[in-house]
Write a protein that binds this ligand. Structure first.
Ligand code: THU
Length: 158
């Protein structure tokens, strides 16, 4: 038996002003996307934004439904927009924020898995900027740090 440990790598910025301007704009874009959230059931508004390799910014926001399991997260909506409208553009970065301040907006497991597959499609990691408590921002250089042992699908092709 061998006991192993995994390390999670991330950075914490006390404020968005510590970030390069392009990522500040990405976070601002995610905040603006909050107005597009349809969340009458949870009242938990989530906004996401994507920065493509060509500089284009795209938005996503959570879209709920009275049949609760049909609710779609902001992150997956933003990725769907990117995949459909810009299928050949690499996704460089994604920002995730909530209207509710002072919380870390932890992406759900399903979104982590979908972001992971987008990294595989991209053949490059996607930088994640996630709202943290007290105006802070957490940066993950890859969703792999949030999803160890992610399912790649390679097993399906063998
Ligand atoms: N939600 C997101 O859109 N993204 C997250 O990272 C966490 C959860 C949404 C789903 C649902 O509409 C609401 O937040 C409450 O779970």
């Amino acid at each position: 038996m061998v006991e192993l440990k995994l390390q999670v790598n991330y950075r914490c910025y006390a404020s968005t002003t510590e970030l390069p301007v392009e990522y500040q704009e990405l976070l601002d874009c995610a905040k603006k996307a909050l107005s597009k959230s349809y969340s009458p059931y949870s009242a938990f508004k989530v906004g996401a934004a994507i920065l493509l390799e060509n500089g284009t910014l795209l938005q996503g926001a959570n879209q709920e439904n009275a049949a609760y399991p049909l609710c779609l997260c902001a992150e997956r909506n933003a990725l769907a927009v990117a995949n459909i409208q810009y299928p050949s553009q690499k996704i460089n970065a994604m920002a995730i924020v909530a209207e509710k301040e002072n919380i870390f907006v932890s992406p759900c497991g399903a979104c982590r898995q979908v972001i992971w597959e987008n990294e595989l499609r991209n053949a490059a990691p996607i930088l994640l900027f996630i709202q943290g408590p007290n105006g802070s921002v957490y940066r993950f250089d890859s969703v792999a740090d949030l999803l160890p042992f992610g399912f790649s699908g390679n097993e399906l092709l063998e």
